[in-house]
Every structure is written in structure tokens, then in C-alpha cells.
Write a protein that binds this ligand. Structure first.
Ligand code: GTP
Ligand code: MG
Length: 511
């Protein structure tokens, strides 16, 4: 079985993501419009001071701030915005590195660090204090494992970043999927510590699963940070670093990444903050001449986006706060305050009362932004995560059935994949039970052509076109129209068994 070929044959390469969308650099600078400058027209102002720390509390409703005074806080001008997901095997150092980034960008003060040091020590987890910046709930701190995706914001000279700190433990892969599906780029954290790289990279290790999922979910660029370089078993060894790069490269290629164009490796110590904000000291590591993490993040190119496209924002969460507030990331188009849009699939017309980016109220927001939108005309109970806020002129398709091309990765106990197979479908923010109702045809992964023979069942590694049904109406798009809303994973019993893309929708999908 040549899994690599199969995945490639799915054509999930980043080039295909460009649905005639325009490059962010070519975009109008007006994607985010400041509330307090509307009357004066546009003023380009790049903030020089950083945001206050904004690690959002997990598992809690996040209160939308009072409207008064928000406008005055808007200072971010027209810096681009990128969502970056931290992925990798359990304990690789994702939360530690995320926490260190916040500390180095001046958002967490020494006193807070001292408090965390004490708390970590009390829990006999001395070295975990940096991770506490991202791991905010008690369970995570006691166990030393991220459960829910942590979110935080920081900025560099060119970019406003939202960090999504995914859990590495295999029990929480669905949370990782939800984090990665919101991301534009990924930081794959790998532990260089003796034995740890090996466990993560093994079959069944999350280094592999996360990379494959990230690619499927549209994370087109990866920074691979080789972490824990300070560990006594590594001690900034060039041999160890090279070994990891050498082993990871073919795997990344086979997962669909163009390693030359879309992947960059660099060594760091997340715990000590080495090679993060400033370049490596030659006394610590004489052989590294490349950039530090902040430089690499600054230089990374975001995905192409289309501010002129039909508006699409999958809803990831909702709550009540002076009306109904929905949260999500804009995948296409632009939304403006006062506009009327439609909540799909229940076709409810709603009015946009307020738009918030982080804590700041804005008049308009474009693709790539994480928003909270206050809506009028709908009750919070009538919205579920997975629903999509859409433009009225061109709403998203709502279906209970679609045709997809799948790559079967690894079936449980080498089971066979046939009509009647049930799995859990993860597509943008939708999580829904599904059933394969028909295998339409098998694709030869080598030639990418359909095979003539009738197909009744397939095994691991197969590429197959099939019809998939769900019980409730869900919002999806064809991959060729909106890649981000048309790529998905199938999971059974907590394991990813297939990745796929929507290739066809029923003709009444937009009725
Ligand atoms: P999950 O959220 O459970 O997937 O783990 P994680 O990837 O977020 O790892 P976390 O940041 O919680 O760190 C795990 C352990 O590795 C902690 O004990 C950290 O102190 C340690 N660690 C992280 N980064 C480094 C590093 O750069 N050097 C050393 N020596 N230890 C590190
Ligand atoms: Mg973590």
C-alpha cells in the first residue's frame, strides 16, 4: 500500500486552494475598518504598543465587552491577521512554547510567571509553569495536558496572530481537528528529547496524525520547530536536529506538503525561550544560521483569501449577551455592521448588530478574521455549532447527502470499507454521524483515473468516490468552490480512518 501516493492523489495541495482568490497583499487595506474613524475616513495607523494579554478562559462563555469605550481601544490598524495552530505529539511543548511567545511579547509579567512557578511546584510539575499561561483550567494544570484548544493573541511587526494551542493527547483529537480547521498556518512542535521524537513519530503517534489532519484541514504552511534542544539528552546537538529533519521530510512530503515551499524547520527551546524572539547565540549553538521563531512567523505567507466572495462564517460557538452572539472564523467574503445575513441551514434572516475582533468593535471584517458577531432576529437556542452565517444572495448549500472522494487511511482492525459503513464526519465546525450509502467508483491512485471494475468494498490505502448521508441538514460546499468548507475527515472510535473532499452536491442543495 502506498499511502503517500494516495494522499497526494487527493490533490489537497495548497495550489488547489486558490479558487481564483486574491492574494492578501493585493487586498484592499480596508478589510478591517475602525469604528472610531469612520467619519474621518481611512487612516493607516500601525500600533506600536502590544495588546494586553488575551488568553481567553476555556470552557467558559466569553463575555462581550460593553460597547462604550471599545472604539477607543482600536489600535491595530491594518496589520494582517493569521491564525496559527500549534500541533504535535503529547508533551512536545506546544503550550510551553505558546506561553513563552506571550511572555516574550510582553504580555505576561514576571509576577504572573512567579505565581505559575509556585502553582506548578505545588502540583509537583515544576517545569510546567510556562504551559500554565496557555493551560488555564484546573484539569489541564493538574494533569499537565491540554484538553481544550487554548486561544491567545500576540503581534509582531507585520502581523496580528491568534494562537490556537491544540491538545496532543490522542483522546482529544476532535478538539485538535476543531483548532486546525480554524487555522491558516501551523507550528508543528517536535520534542528532540531522547525517545520522545521516536514515540511521537511512531505509527499511532500524534506527530503523524496531526500532520495528515492539518494538511487535510487546510493548514497549507508549516513551521516545524524542533523543541527541547536544551534538554541534557540533546544539548543543541546538530546530529539530533539533522536526524529529525531527515526523518520528517519524506513523511511531510507524503502528507502532501511541498517541503521546499511550504515547510520550514528551526531549532528552539520553548522552555528557555531560546531562538524565539532573538536569534541563537553562537555560544549556545554554533551551527544554526537561520531565523528565530518570531522572524519565521513574520515572514510566513498566509493563504489566499477572497474578501469579495460570498460571505461564509462557520459558527464554532454561541452565547447570550445582550442578544445572540456567535463566534467563528470568516472563510470567505466580508461582513458589515447593519447588514442582513442568513443563518444556514435553518434559513433564518438575521441582522448584524455588532462585530468584534478580540475586544475591539469594528464596522467591517474580511476573511481570516476570528469574530464575535452579535445578531438580532434569532434566539441563541436556534443556533448550533456547525451552522454557517452566509450571504443572502449566495447562501451556503444545505444537504443531507453528498458525493466525496475519500482516501482510506487506516480502518480499525483492518476492517473493510463498504456501503453501510458508519463514521463521524468532521467538516469545518460540523461534527455529525454519517453513513456511506454507496461506493460509486474506485480511483487508481497512480493514474488518478477511475477504475472500470464495479466496487463493493475497499481496504486501507484505497481512493474511492462514495455517497455519504447524514441525518440532519448540514452546510457544506464543493471542495473546488470553497476548499475550506469542502474538506473533511471521517473518524470511528476515536481514530481518523479517512480524509476526503466534497466533489458533488445534490441539485436541490441550494433550494
Ligand atoms: P499537551 O498539551 O498535553 O499535548 O502537551 P504540550 O505539547 O502542550 O506540552 P507542554 O507544553 O505541556 O510541555 C510538556 C513538558 O515538556 C513540560 O514538562 C515542559 O516543561 C517540557 N518542555 C516543553 N518545552 C521544553 C523545552 O524547550 N525544553 C525542555 N527541557 N523541556 C520542555
Ligand atoms: Mg499543551
Amino acid at each position: 500500500m502506498d499511502l503517500d501516493e494516495d494522499i497526494r492523489s487527493l490533490q489537497l495541495e495548497s495550489t488547489e486552494d486558490n479558487n481564483g482568490a486574491i492574494n492578501p497583499e493585493d487586498a484592499e487595506p480596508g478589510e478591517v475598518e475602525k469604528m472610531d474613524e469612520v467619519d474621518e475616513g481611512w487612516k493607516e495607523e500601525i500600533a506600536t504598543n502590544s495588546h494586553p494579554v488575551q488568553v481567553e478562559q476555556k470552557g467558559k462563555e466569553i463575555a462581550v465587552p460593553e460597547e462604550d469605550g471599545i472604539a477607543d481601544e482600536m489600535e491595530e490598524g491594518t496589520k494582517r491577521h493569521l491564525n496559527v495552530v500549534f500541533i504535535g505529539h503529547v508533551d512536545a511543548g506546544k503550550s510551553t512554547t505558546g506561553g513563552q511567545i506571550l511572555f516574550l511579547s510582553g504580555q505576561v509579567d514576571d509576577r504572573t510567571i512567579q505565581k505559575y512557578e509556585k502553582e506548578a511546584k505545588d502540583k509537583s510539575r515544576e517545569s510546567w509553569y510556562m504551559a500554565y499561561i496557555m493551560d488555564t483550567n484546573e484539569e489541564e494544570r493538574v494533569k499537565g495536558k491540554t484538553v481544550e484548544v487554548g486561544r491567545a493573541h500576540f503581534e509582531t511587526e507585520t502581523t496580528r496572530f491568534t494562537i490556537l494551542d491544540a491538545p496532543g493527547h490522542k483522546s482529544y483529537v476532535p478538539n485538535m481537528i476543531s483548532g486546525a480547521s480554524q487555522a491558516d498556518i501551523g507550528v508543528l512542535v517536535i520534542s528532540a528529547r531522547k525517545g520522545e521524537f521516536e514515540t511521537g513519530y511512531e505509527r499511532g503517534g500524534q506527530t503523524r496524525e496531526h500532520v495528515q489532519l492539518a494538511k487535510t484541514l487546510g493548514v497549507s504552511k508549516l513551521l516545524v520547530v524542533v523543541n527541547k534542544m536544551d534538554d541534557p539528552t540533546v544539548n543543541w546537538s546538530k546530529e539530533r536536529y539533522d536526524e529529525i529533519e531527515l526523518k520528517m521530510t519524506p513523511f511531510l512530503k507524503s502528507s502532501g506538503y511541498n517541503v521546499k515551499k511550504d515547510v520550514q524547520f528551526l531549532p528552539i527551546s520553548g522552555l528557555l525561550g531560546t531562538n524565539m524572539k532573538t536569534r541563537l547565540d553562537k555560544n549556545i549553538c554554533p551551527w544554526w544560521n537561520g531565523p528565530c521563531l518570531f522572524e519565521a512567523l513574520d515572514a510566513i505567507e498566509g493563504p489566499p483569501r477572497d474578501p469579495q466572495g460570498p460571505f461564509r462564517m462557520p459558527i464554532i460557538d454561541k452565547f447570550k449577551d445582550m442578544g445572540t452572539v456567535v463566534m467563528g472564523k470568516v472563510e470567505s467574503g466580508t461582513i458589515s455592521e447593519g447588514e442582513t445575513v442568513i443563518v444556514m441551514p435553518n434559513k433564518a434572516s438575521v441582522k448584524v448588530v455588532a462585530i468584534l475582533i478580540d475586544e475591539n468593535k469594528v464596522r467591517r471584517a474580511g476573511p481570516g478574521e476570528n469574530l464575535r458577531i452579535r445578531l438580532a432576529g434569532i434566539e441563541e437556542e436556534d443556533i448550533l455549532s456547525g451552522f454557517v452565517l452566509s450571504s443572502i444572495a449566495k447562501p451556503i448549500a444545505a444537504v443531507t447527502e453528498f458525493v466525496a472522494q475519500l482516501v482510506i487511511l487506516e480502518l480499525l482492525d483492518n476492517a473493510i470499507f463498504t456501503a453501510g459503513y458508519k463514521a463521524v464526519l468532521h467538516i469545518h465546525s460540523v461534527v455529525e454521524e454519517c453513513e456511506i450509502v454507496e461506493l460509486v467508483q474506485q480511483i487508481d491512485p497512480k493514474t488518478r483515473k477511475p477504475m472500470k471494475k464495479r466496487v463493493l468494498f475497499v481496504k486501507n490505502g484505497a481512493v474511492v468516490v462514495c455517497r455519504i448521508q447524514v441525518n440532519n441538514l448540514i452546510c457544506v460546499e464543493k471542495f473546488s468552490d470553497f476548499a475550506q468548507l469542502g474538506r473533511f475527515t471521517l473518524r470511528t472510535e476515536g481514530k481518523t480512518i479517512a480524509v476526503g473532499k466534497v466533489t458533488d452536491l445534490p441539485s436541490n442543495a441550494r433550494a
